[in-house]
Ligand binder design. Structure first.
Ligand code: PGA
Length: 251
């Protein structure tokens, strides 16, 4: 049975103090009511060690939102995969559309980052997804296929086992527009088929594929009821316990 996962992506929000308060509130709620899915908080680099220090490790995991393509050395401002792991992160988001567009992260850069993260024992939440223009042109299937092929399909079977895919249509991120459950199922099934064609059915069936893009308490149930939707990557609704916890509790 593949893992069900609800991951919060805090993006560049919350001071360390605010982040600790939020993580404590979430941790306490999960202590009272054990979650039926893996819960991950992907927090800014500056928060990883503080958040990791206050959570129960059987219920909650901390993740980063990016890592450097470099191993170590004179790269001012960069944070390496090894540093993330050392600070307590067990996951890292790579390939988020905001980083692909704002930071010009190419498929090749992401391929290198994937290698660094795996080398330092981080599991990867790898984001794929099409723009509105690409969807309207009917290119969404080929766009996600290429994103998978270019940055992930060089991995061995064992390495690919450490990858969680997050399908995030760019037009649904932070816009309040969600893909319909039918749209999500259609493309998640396509992603699984693409993985199966390369790695075989058994590996594809084990791979968790999350949906991201304006997921909230109101639409989560219908989305996760789809057979190929294994959870969510949550942005805006992850910034308060009262909007995040109902999503976790949908399982
Ligand atoms: P959103 O963000 O839930 O605010 O749309 C999701 C994401 O970008 O991961």
């Amino acid at each position: 049975m593949r893992k069900k996962i609800i991951a919060g992506n805090w993006k560049m929000n919350n001071t360390v103090g605010q982040g600790i308060c939020l993580a404590k509130e979430i941790n306490l709620a999960l202590r009272v009511k054990t979650p039926q899915c893996t819960v991950i908080l992907c927090v800014p680099h500056t928060h990883i060690s503080a958040v990791e220090g206050i959570i129960d490790h059987d219920k909650l995991f901390v993740g980063g939102q990016d890592c450097s393509i470099y191993e170590k050395g004179a790269y001012t401002g960069e944070v390496s995969a090894e540093m993330l792991f050392g600070a307590g992160a067990r996951y890292v988001i790579l390939g988020h559309s905001e980083r692909r567009s704002l930071c010009h992260e190419t498929a090749d850069i992401l391929k290198t980052k994937v290698g660094k993260a795996l080398m330092h024992k981080l599991k990867i939440i790898f984001c794929v997804g099409e723009s509105l223009e690409q969807r309207e042109a009917g290119k969404h299937f080929s766009v996600v296929e290429e994103q998978l092929k270019q940055s992930l399909f060089h991995l061995t079977d064992a390495e690919f086992g450490k990858i969680v895919i997050a399908y995030e249509p760019v037009w649904a991120i932070g816009t309040g527009k969600t893909a319909s459950s039918a749209q999500a199922q259609e493309i998640h099934a396509h992603i699984r088929k693409t993985i199966a064609a390369h790695y075989g059915k058994a590996i594809a069936d084990e791979c968790s594929i999350l949906y991201g893009g304006s997921m909230n308490a109101g639409n989560v149930k219908e989305l996760i009821a789809q057979p190929d939707v294994d959870g969510g990557l949550i942005g805006g609704a992850a910034l308060a316990a009262n909007t995040f916890l109902p999503i976790v509790e949908a399982y």
